[in-house]
Design a protein around this ligand. Structure first.
Ligand SMILES: Nc1ncnc2c1ncn2[C@@H]1O[C@H](COP(=O)(O)OP(=O)(O)O)[C@@H](O)[C@H]1O
Ligand SMILES: [Mg+2]
Length: 295
């Protein structure tokens, strides 16, 4: 499915003396199997934006379309939309509430009217996708580790079979290892289940490795909507709005400014960056470009 925003504005407390313009003239599309990174510093409007994607918030003006239907038109089934566009909130483990893990993950499918049997089948499947073993199904979600709780919360959304999975800062508060686990889980869901992903983060490094496209938000506006390499090339503009391009992208761009050319890709890991540099150093094209001063 495809979600399309057409000139969407969101103003919180419009009647207050200082209304908050949380989204200003946002037009974009997401879905269609892509992995999109949504980046911006705290308060830039990321959470507000994603809550408009599944109809939890209604635009003050402008339109959100799901496959060309206005999701706020009369009789539009927004409950069904919320199953198709699954939103995992920030710190989703705070929303676990059932007595055991399986019951918690069953909540979404049951709420959609599925039978107990079907809901349990979907829940078990979702729990297995996120790597929670059967031995934990009957435990209280509150007895799990932080990383496990978060995976159970993700399973709760997956059990509804979303076509688009939105994760609002899914690595917040996790140590580097758990962070890595969650990111590779998301990437695996994208690849094996063909779910479109919207990954919200304030860290470039987090989205850099996986995203096909990066949306950069600042002060309620979408500043860039481009492939990662094009976004990182704007590292100076990013720094001005409090975002740091990944270290590797910064290094490659400094080298390129210093006269080494021949980079046609960007790299994120240390290994890939080293390969990229070595390749450029040995590339006749790079040297030729240098000589011609075409850097
Ligand atoms: N429920 C709300 N009521 C009033 N203002 C809000 C509310 N939620 C967010 N805001 C404000 O809207 C702006 C965008 O917030 P948010 O979407 O949470 O940004 P982000 O997720 O990027 O940190 C901020 O100025 C924030 O203070
Ligand atoms: Mg937020």
């Amino acid at each position: 499915m495809l979600l399309r925003f057409d000139h969407v504005n969101c103003i919180y407390d419009p009647d207050a003396s200082e209304p908050v313009h949380a989204l200003t003239d946002v037009s974009l599309s997401v879905g269609g199997g892509e992995f999109v990174g949504l980046i911006g510093h705290t308060g830039s409007g990321k959470s507000t934006l994603v809550q408009h994607m599944n109809g939890l918030l209604r635009p003050t003006s402008g339109t959100v379309f799901a496959d060309d239907t206005d999701i706020w038109s009369d009789r539009y089934d927004r409950k069904a939309l919320r199953a198709r566009v699954g939103l995992v909130f920030q710190y989703p483990e705070h929303q676990l509430f059932e007595t055991d893990v399986l019951a918690d993950v069953c909540f979404g499918p049951r709420n959609l009217g599925r039978s107990r049997e079907d809901a349990e089948r979907d829940a078990k499947e979702a729990l297995s996708m996120v790597g929670i073993e059967e031995a934990l199904f009957s435990q209280s979600p509150f007895d799990l580790s932080g990383g496990q709780k978060r995976r159970v919360a993700i399973a709760g959304v997956l059990a509804m079979h979303p076509e688009i999975l939105i994760l609002d800062e899914p690595t917040a508060g996790l140590d580097p290892r758990r962070r890595e686990e969650i990111l590779s889980l998301i990437s695996e869901l994208h690849e094996t289940q063909h779910i479109s992903i919207v990954l919200v983060s304030h860290s470039m490094e987090d989205v850099a490795r996986y995203a096909d496209r990066i949306l950069v938000m600042d002060n309620g506006k979408v500043l860039y909507d481009d492939p990662p390499a094009a976004v990182f090339a704007r590292h100076r503009e990013l720094a001005a709005i409090g975002l740091r391009a990944p270290e590797a992208a910064l290094l490659l761009s400094e080298l390129s400014e210093a006269g080494l050319s021949g980079f046609d890709t960007y790299a994120v890991s240390a290994e890939d960056t080293a390969k990229e540099i070595l390749q450029a150093m040995h590339s006749p094209q790079g040297v030729a470009a240098d000589r011609e001063g075409a850097v």
